[in-house]
Write a protein that binds this ligand. Structure first.
Ligand code: AMP
Ligand code: MG
Length: 402
């Protein structure tokens, strides 16, 4: 059986970035750019006043001069400034030809349409010269960079309404299980609620992706295979349950019928050993065990890596080291993943990680405030409180703000 590290590498190697597309600026947040972005013109496009004040000539320092015009932002004062005159100018307005400095309003004495200027005025004071932020044609962003909020501002300033970027993948979820009750219905004996479907959907949306299509199917070969066919448009199909070797575990057989090629089935980890990863053409398919905690880790560790790769990002998750806040005994044989809550320690600048559930818990209830998972190697060992361990960040947690 392969190790969790080998499994992660296989996912990352199999998942190639989606072809770039032209995407509207409103939908580009968080995407990876696939083009060079350079300034369409000089910024600022004109010498810009940086203060509310008066555009002046240096020769008039210490003198009283008349105000011969006004330039609010968004307008152009069409004259040329000459010695012995000034204009009132507001922040963001173009300085007229002849203006050598802007003297802030608070540094002059004004009497009606006359202003007394200070004795010293620095050349160019409070004027941002044309092109001082950025020259026309200057490269500002490029392929591989992420369109963060600041980048959206830059693109909008450059007049862009769309960009070429790697789109986000589409995900579909198929929850398998005869025992799954439909949402909102009372539980009949033997039934459980489908918590994996909504959880996977939430975790996928947390990555910025569109809400996935969700299907639920009974434990039958034909219904499972039909559900796979119904997800033709998805880049990633996530199945929950039915992936092990039980009589009613139809996912491996349905995938065979679907024509998918298995990349791996079974990873030496706890929980989540039966996890399956397959591909059909460009589609990636994950069979996650139905046990909610296994499903959760499978999603965070492997599906999230595939989402990142398809989106043009690096596949590997962010890994940190921190001190365990608890003592735990680990049985060897399989790599252990444990839900945890990591908190920065003020004194050392490091992390302290609290474990949220016993190593054997199959469910998510005790760990629903987790913000990370701890990875402990496949060796029998007792970890004392304070032992440094590796953990992977999973994102914000359902805790009150600390
Ligand atoms: P399976 O992987 O199909 O053998 O399921 C393992 C365990 O997870 C069983 O106890 C199932 O009832 C439970 N389970 C399967 N699918 C879901 C689901 N969608 N939501 C919650 N629990 C599930
Ligand atoms: Mg099942």
């Amino acid at each position: 059986m392969i190790s969790p590290d080998e499994a992660l590498e296989l996912v990352i190697r199999t998942a190639a970035p989606l072809p770039p597309a032209e995407i509207g600026l409103d939908d580009a947040l968080g995407l990876v750019l696939a083009e060079e972005i350079s300034a369409d013109q000089d910024y600022p496009p004109f010498p810009r006043s940086m203060m509310d004040g008066f555009a002046v000539r240096l020769a008039d320092a210490g003198k009283t001069v008349p105000i011969v015009g006004e330039a609010p932002a968004g307008s152009v004062w069409s004259g040329e400034l000459t010695d012995g005159t000034c204009i009132e100018i507001l922040t963001g307005a173009p300085c007229p030809p002849g203006a050598e400095a802007v003297v802030p309003k608070e540094n002059v004495q004004r009497h009606d349409m006359l202003v007394h200027l200070p004795a010293t005025i620095r050349p160019g004071q409070s004027i941002a010269p044309q092109g001082s932020d950025c020259r026309q044609g200057q490269r500002v962003l490029g392929p591989g960079q992420i369109v963060a909020g600041m980048a959206i501002g830059t693109l909008a300033a450059f007049g862009r309404t769309s960009v070429r970027a790697t789109p986000l993948p589409l995900v579909a979820i198929i929850a398998t299980g005869e025992e799954l009750a439909h949402a909102g219905q009372p539980l009949r004996p033997g039934q459980v609620r489908n918590s994996n479907g909504p959880m996977v959907s939430a975790l996928v949306r947390e990555q910025g992706l569109a809400p996935p299509r969700q299907l639920t199917v009974a434990d039958r070969l034909d219904t499972t295979a039909d559900a796979l066919e119904a997800c033709a448009e998805a880049d990633i199909i996530v199945l929950s349950g039915g992936v092990s070797v039980g009589t009613y575990d139809f996912v491996p057989r349905a995938l065979e019928q679907f024509g998918a090629e298995t990349v791996f089935h079974g990873v030496n980890q706890k929980p989540g050993k039966p996890i399956l990863f397959a591909r059909r053409g460009r589609q990636l398919i994950f069979g996650l065990p139905g046990n909610p905690l296994s499903c959760h880790f499978g999603l965070h560790r492997y599906v999230a890596a595939a989402i990142r790769r398809l989106s043009g990002r690096k596949g590997h998750p962010q890994v940190f080291r921190g001190a365990l806040a608890d003592r735990i005994e680990i049985k060897g044989g399989r790599v252990n993943f444990l839900p945890g809550h990591a908190v920065p320690t003020e004194s050392t600048g490091g992390w302290r990680v609290e474990l949220l559930a016993g190593a054997s818990s199959a469910d998510i209830f005790q760990s629903c405030t987790a913000n990370c998972y701890v990875e402990l190697p496949a060796v029998t060992r007792t970890y004392e409180n304070g032992t440094e361990v590796q953990f992977t960040w999973m994102g914000c947690a359902s805790r009150s703000d600390e």
